[in-house]
Ligand binder design. Structure first.
Ligand code: GUN
Ligand code: FE
Length: 496
């Protein structure tokens, strides 16, 4: 293993590294460093280091390194609602569950005193800090090394989320949600005006740049919630704001998730060619735009998304939970659109991208039964089964796909030389005598052959290929398999 000691990047691989128990000697920029005499890894990702402690993957316990997961769409303030959606669909789910919980993350902007300008995270109400800290800890424990977060309209709480990501060491895009259209937003949770929406957004951008001037770990992302919550002046101002920066700011929003939503957008924006056209009219479809869901895009809209090089966050758990539909991922990929995975907590019930990976596989296995797919593929022989995503493809979406979605394909998602060490160490478990739990002893006293690990049934006969082990991990693994997580070379989570 050959890792840079100063910038947390992989310099290359060298299997001839000298192996001493849990340490190996590394070839670093400063030459060979004997790690046992080297200073321990710095506590801050900015701290200079002369050595990195290397934990080797233990093959006997079926351990392996895997690129950190990238959650391209998650709502941090909705975490308290994960698992709470009943039988609602998008528009009534927003009013019943989502706007009420998000509104609790701060004060409504005061029309007399103007926009909120508090940027000190200490001003944030305690519950917001606690909940955001829990979201970061929980997503890290599931191997999410990078997340694109929607926060709320509140500047102090949004800044607190950015500060917490920075402190805990999770790579993050932080979006202060813009929603100023009183025709759709509830009175108790709405920006005071388009101007206020933009000023508050600028406050958050300033705070994030003061926290992390080079955007090494935490970056701002413009976040018009979705077309129905945003006035035309706000959409226009956000498109202009993105272009003011060099490189232009990242943008995230929702698109074409639910059929009633699509109909509503058509009614609210009669002048636009389509839902995607609304965003395009305000210069919000850029190569740094993340569009969440994209379940019901027309062929013309997909062509526009492709031309603008905008990216799509596929959120299969959410699409099933809210009954939104099945996203035609194969069609998007065939047409050259970049796709990553999102948990969409709490439209999605789980903060785990491993769960999103398996839900992406499952949803794709049902896609062939939809009327739309049948219409586009009239000859059942020709493309039979093409719609199905393999485990490998779905894991690609969770890592390299996500990296491309956040415009960091050269830095994240794999183990290429030059990439950042954003990595999870996965342990599937082993057949070791010592690891057998008493519960796995049969009632007649004989010990079961079940391997006692978090997955529990891996390689019982010692004959499985790594491909087969990985399949078992995806279908039945969880956060108990995540033994350690690093971001930019910094250890940010361990499970003992
Ligand atoms: N559309 C507008 N807001 C939301 C949200 O919070 N979650 C989802 N899934 N869709 C949305
Ligand atoms: Fe969402």
């Amino acid at each position: 293993l050959w890792v840079s000691t100063t910038d947390g990047r992989i310099k290359g691989w060298n299997w001839e590294a000298r192996d001493e128990e849990n340490f190996v000697t590394l070839m670093t920029e400063k030459g060979w460093v004997d790690l046992e005499s080297a200073e321990p890894t710095g506590v801050s990702h900015d701290a200079p280091r002369i050595g990195i402690k290397v934990i080797k993957a233990n093959e006997e316990r079926n351990e392996f390194f895997f690129p950190g997961f990238i959650d391209t769409h998650i709502h941090a303030p909705q975490y308290p609602n994960a698992g709470l959606f009943g039988s609602t669909t998008l528009l009534d789910w927003l009013n019943t569950y989502t706007f009420p919980v998000e509104s609790k993350f701060g004060e409504q902007p005061d029309p007399n005193t103007g926009h909120q300008t508090k940027t000190d995270p200490k001003d944030t109400p305690i519950p917001a800090q606690q909940i955001y800290d829990q979201v970061i800890a929980r997503t890290l424990s599931h191997g999410t090394t990078c997340a694109s977060y929607f926060a709320t309209i509140h500047v102090p709480a949004t800044n607190a989320l950015a500060a917490l990501c920075h402190t805990r060491g999770q790579r993050a895009f932080i979006g202060r949600v813009c929603m100023d259209e009183p025709k759709f937003c509830p009175k108790y949770y709405c920006d005071f005006s388009a101007d206020d929406s933009i000023t508050a957004t600028r406050d958050t951008i300033d705070f994030i740049y003061s926290l992390d001037p080079k955007g090494r770990l935490v970056k701002p992302i413009l976040t018009p919630r979705f077309a129905p919550t945003c006035s035309r002046p706000a959409l226009k101002a956000l498109g202009d704001l993105a272009a003011e920066f060099d490189p232009p700011l990242h943008i995230q929003t929702h698109i074409s998730e639910n059929l009633n939503e699509v109909a509503l957008v058509k009614e609210l924006f009669p002048e636009a060619d389509s839902y995607a056209g609304v965003y395009d009219d305000f210069n919000l479809l850029t190569r740094r735009t993340i569009l969440a869901h994209a379940v019901h895009l027309s062929a013309t809209e997909r062509k526009l998304v492709r031309e603008r090089e905008s990216k799509i966050s596929h959120c299969p758990a959410s699409n099933s939970s809210l009954g939104s539909g099945i996203c035609p991922v194969r069609t998007l990929l065939d047409e050259g659109i970049t796709v990553g995975l999102g948990t969409d907590v709490s439209g999605g019930y789980s903060p785990s991208i491993l769960e999103a990976t398996r839900q992406a596989c499952l949803a794709s296995r049902l896609l062939g039964y939809t009327a739309e797919w049948k219409e586009d593929h009239p000859d059942p022989q020709e493309d039979e089964g093409r719609e199905k995503l393999s485990v490998a493809e779905s894991l690609y979406l969770a890592t390299r796909g996500g990296a491309a979605v956040v415009d960091m394909a050269e830095d994240l998602g794999g183990f290429d030389a030059g990439m950042l060490w954003d990595v999870q160490l996965i342990q599937l478990g082993a057949m070791k005598e010592v690891e057998r739990s008493p519960l796995e002893t049969f009632s007649n006293g004989e010990e079961s052959l079940v391997a006692a690990g978090p997955v529990g049934n891996v390689d019982i006969f010692g004959t499985e290929t790594w491909e087969e082990k990985i399949q078992k991990w995806v279908w039945s693994g969880d956060d108990r398999n995540v033994k350690a997580v690093w971001v930019g070379g910094r250890l940010v989570h361990t499970r003992s």
